[in-house]
Design a protein around this ligand. Structure first.
Ligand SMILES: [Zn+2]
Length: 74
């Protein structure tokens, strides 16, 4: 499946801040360490944000649940 790049910075600043804080790092095995360098993309009908763990620099990915009422994806 192709990865479709999206623009994370088009999001609401508050939303951006939330996503940058609400992370799960597989390496640290800890939530909410935060991420840097976020890249938003769509893959297989799901939207995700990928960045780097603030603590260890490992890649972290947050999947975004679709908004209510926005049911355009199959
Ligand atoms: Zn980490």
């Amino acid at each position: 499946m192709d990865r479709i790049e999206r623009d994370f910075y088009l999001r609401d600043p508050e939303e951006q801040a939330d996503f940058l804080l609400q992370t799960w790092c597989n390496e640290c095995q800890q939530v909410d360490l935060g991420m840097t360098d976020p890249v938003e993309y769509e893959l297989d009908g799901k939207i995700a944000i990928e960045g780097k763990c603030k603590k260890c620099g490992n890649s972290v990915t947050t999947e975004i649940a679709p908004d209510d009422g926005d049911d355009t994806w199959q």
